[in-house]
Design a protein around this ligand. Structure first.
Ligand code: ATP
Length: 402
């Protein structure tokens, strides 16, 4: 559990909370508010304790300058609804509006600062530039609570440097996320199965290195599949492919064989000749994984593979799943993701631990209508959880332990 006692009595104190409020938007409409809901308990606990809560967060990937489409304005409104209290919104992060907004807070009130990534200092690789921005952020508060799990793997001003400048503590969300990840790494109950998919292939290949020593089975779907299939000598048409990772995939397949870890690749693939777009009606076809036509793209694992993956998960006691099995946003390519989600709910029913990690994977299970309670844990951070499982140090956690 998180512990704010190191901060002393927070009543009347200005507490800066780094949350992860990076939600998908359609214009100004929030299409999945999972990360906002996950951030509420820490903010509420501090407000209830009488703190003046100053929330800082990012949205999207602005390039160090304000951009309307990345404004946190819509998020402030939703956060207020979920808290059942007004959230004062500052139209800048550390400027006149931020200072006036923070000065105007009474005990127990909450403010949200505009997108922290509108400031080049936030993500700067230059320690001095980042530090100067962290000084400005720190000047708005008396204490810092780190609760943005989705960003703890980033050495950024609002995650890392600000913690060096203020008395600090871990928030409830980060604390829960780390507890669950620890259960996956320290003596997990077996069989331990990991399912990987999604589109950020090279980001995720690193985790396989570590998992080959830990997991009993590795199921691979999503955009990752095609680099593995190509590494096995098959043609993959126009599917997502990372040519420079072929040798890495070959080496993993070889190591898995030597160490007795099962890497399960799909035997059939749902293909189409165009990448899904609103202008073209999907025309899905199922083909064997070793016969993808030259003009086709693989967009989901096929029905036989969905059943194979579910069977491979049937006796699992611990499962970590990151990355959808296909382009689940389009109904014709969502069945593989649905099959895996369904299988995870059965693991939960049987008393095992099922963890869904990653913004898109979490959004996928909600979009497909699954009840969040059907999973042991839905993580808010894909990159952060993978880096933890890779055994990498997370700067945003290390800095809190100092
Ligand atoms: P995050 O990194 O945001 O936490 P995540 O780790 O859950 O998210 P990503 O790696 O970002 O997942 O991948 C999600 C995306 O992968 C989805 O938008 C989905 O459409 C896409 N995807 C899945 N399969 C394929 C495929 N075969 N080809 C192309 N894209 C795919």
């Amino acid at each position: 559990m998180s512990d704010y006692s190191s901060l002393g009595d927070v009543a009347g104190k200005r507490v800066l909370v780094r949350s992860d409020l990076n939600v998908p938007l359609d214009g100004t409409a929030i299409t999945d508010d999972g990360r906002i809901r996950a951030s509420v308990p820490t903010i509420k606990a501090l407000a209830d304790a009488g703190a003046r809560v100053v929330v800082t967060a990012h949205l999207g990937r602005p390039k160090g300058a304000p951009e309307d489409r990345y404004s946190l304005g819509p998020v402030a409104a939703r956060l207020g609804e979920l808290l059942g209290a007004d959230v004062a919104f500052a139209t800048d992060t550390v400027g006149d509006s931020a200072r006036a907004t923070v000065d105007g807070l009474a005990d127990g009130q909450v403010a949200l600062l505009e997108n922290v990534r509108f400031n080049p200092g936030e993500t700067s690789k230059d320690d001095a530039e980042r530090g100067a921005f962290a000084d400005e952020l720190a000047s708005l508060a008396d204490a810092f609570v780190s609760d943005g799990f989705g960003v703890v793997h980033r050495k950024q001003a609002s995650v890392y440097d600000v913690a060096q400048r203020l008395p600090h503590a871990m928030g409830a969300l980060v604390s829960t996320e780390i507890d669950v990840l620890r259960r996956l790494t320290v003596d997990p109950e077996r069989p331990y199965v990991v399912v990987l998919g999604g589109s950020k292939v090279s980001d995720k290949l690193g985790v396989i290195d570590n998992l080959l020593d830990k997991a009993d089975k590795l199921l691979i779907g999503g955009g990752m599949v095609f680099t593995f299939l190509k590494a096995q000598g098959h043609e993959v048409g126009k599917s997502l492919l990372e040519d420079d990772q072929l040798d890495v995939c070959k080496a993993y397949l070889q190591r898995a064989e030597e160490s007795g870890v099962q890497i399960l690749l799909p035997g059939d693939i749902v293909v189409d000749t165009t990448f899904p777009s609103s202008d073209v009606t999907p025309d899905p076809r199922v083909v064997p994984a070793d016969q993808i036509p030259a003009d086709a793209l693989g967009l989901d694992i096929g029905p036989a593979s969905g059943a194979d993956f579910a069977a491979a998960l049937a006796d699992a006691r611990t499962v970590f799943w990151n990355g959808p099995m296909g382009v689940f946003e389009v109904p014709q390519f969502a069945d593989g993701t649905r099959a895996v989600a369904e299988a995870l709910t059965k693991v939960t029913d049987q008393g095992g631990l099922s963890v869904v990690g990653g913004g898109d994977s979490a959004a996928a299970v909600r979009a497909l209508g699954f009840d969040e309670a059907a999973f042991g844990h839905i993580s808010t951070g894909g990159g952060a959880s993978l880096e933890y499982l890779e055994g990498k140090e997370l700067p945003g956690i290390t800095v809190l332990e100092d």
